[in-house]
Design a protein around this ligand. Structure first.
Ligand code: ZN
Length: 358
């Protein structure tokens, strides 16, 4: 009797092990076959396959690689169509999202013909909704690119000067984000995103270094709220500004020793696109405050995307390659002048109002 029960138990155990092994083999096959897709899409889909948490349905990763050429071409189409009587108004984010579906999210494969065909179809009365309804990842790209670019083009008013030197506000539609380096100040950069850095611990470079002269006025790319202002051991004197839609966190680091910031800025206060926020320098890489420990004066500029507050800090942060954004923004720079010879502070010359904000 005892021997028989042991035999039965052995059979049961064998059966359980077989089932377990089968499940393991099938699930690892599924994981392997899924990983052949791009990372971004896996991370995006993860939310829909995971039903454990209903609030997990947000974008987990964005690989931003739209070339400055594609940005410039689609921006021009958008802006020109809005400034003309043309019945069809293009939306550059829609155009770019459609193109991403065509090139698999890699703008190295950008084909001008795809854009030409798209424009023809839109001219012939098709809507972007119709044209993209079978594109599986269109919504992913649209949401991702909106997070990056939605503050860059729109309605604004800017002060303009006439011959008598009087200024008036003019309403415009166009590029309303500014290059972070003030107009008439030289800088150089190359695509250094992802390069390795060794201070502290080994980590990758999550921004773009803009080499320039110490004291160069640094400009707010977009309007927003100052979330961080002060010393950070990596960034030195740094400033972190969150866009009003909360999707973008702009990070400006290594600001000037002794006089890093424009007057009057505090955490919690707001800045307007085009404002002088600080001065280029070489602080950072030190636990001690106000120390120049960087070899070459430069602005470290970064953009972090935030789809959910769990991505603000830690392993879930999404920093994008901003090299092409800097190239794109070269066409819109803020003119500044010294308004206080005692403190040597600069301010922007032409007032600017974002008309899409309330
Ligand atoms: Zn850097």
């Amino acid at each position: 009797m005892i021997i028989k029960s042991i035999k039965i138990n052995k059979k049961i155990i064998f059966a359980i092990i077989s089932i377990f092994l089968t499940i393991t083999i099938i699930s690892s096959y599924l994981i392997i076959s899924k990983s052949t897709e791009t990372n971004s899409l896996i991370l995006w889909n993860k939310s829909s396959t995971n039903n454990t948490d209903k609030n997990e349905n947000f974008i987990k990763w964005v690989d931003f690689n739209i070339t400055s050429d594609a940005l410039t071409k689609t921006a021009k189409l958008d802006i020109d169509s809005h400034n003309s009587d043309s019945e069809i108004k293009y939306n550059w984010i829609e155009l770019l999202s459609y193109l991403a579906c065509k090139n698999g999210g890699n703008f190295k494969n950008f084909n001008e013909n795809d854009l030409t065909t798209l424009l023809e179809q839109l001219q012939n009365g098709k809507t972007i909704k119709e044209l993209t309804k079978n594109m599986k990842y269109y919504n992913y790209y649209y949401e991702s690119y909106s997070a990056v670019l939605s503050g860059f083009i729109g309605n604004y008013s800017i002060e303009t000067e006439n011959e008598n030197g009087t200024t008036t506000f003019q309403d415009k539609y166009g590029i309303k984000a500014f290059l972070p380096i003030a107009k008439n100040y030289a800088f150089s950069h190359y695509d250094d995103f992802g390069a390795s850095r060794s201070y502290g611990f080994k980590r990758t470079h999550l921004g773009n270094d803009l080499m320039g002269n110490t004291g160069t006025p640094i400009i707010a790319v977009e309007s927003g709220t100052i979330e961080h202002l002060g010393w950070n051991q990596y960034g030195g004197w740094r400033i972190g500004i969150r866009s009003f839609d909360k999707k973008r966190y702009y990070y400006y680091a290594h600001l000037r020793k002794n006089h890093p910031y424009a007057a009057g800025l505090v955490e919690g206060s707001t800045v307007t696109a085009g404002d002088v926020i600080g001065y280029l320098g070489m602080t950072g890489y030190s636990i001690k405050e106000n120390v120049n420990n960087i070899n070459v004066p430069h602005l470290h500029f970064g953009i972090q995307l935030i789809f959910d507050e769990s991505q603000v800090e830690g392993n879930n942060e999404i920093w994008i390659d901003v090299y092409n954004i800097i190239e794109f923004l070269k066409q819109n720079r803020s003119t500044v002048f010294m308004n206080n010879s005692e403190t040597k502070d600069y301010v922007k010359k032409y007032n600017f109002k974002d008309n899409d904000l309330n």
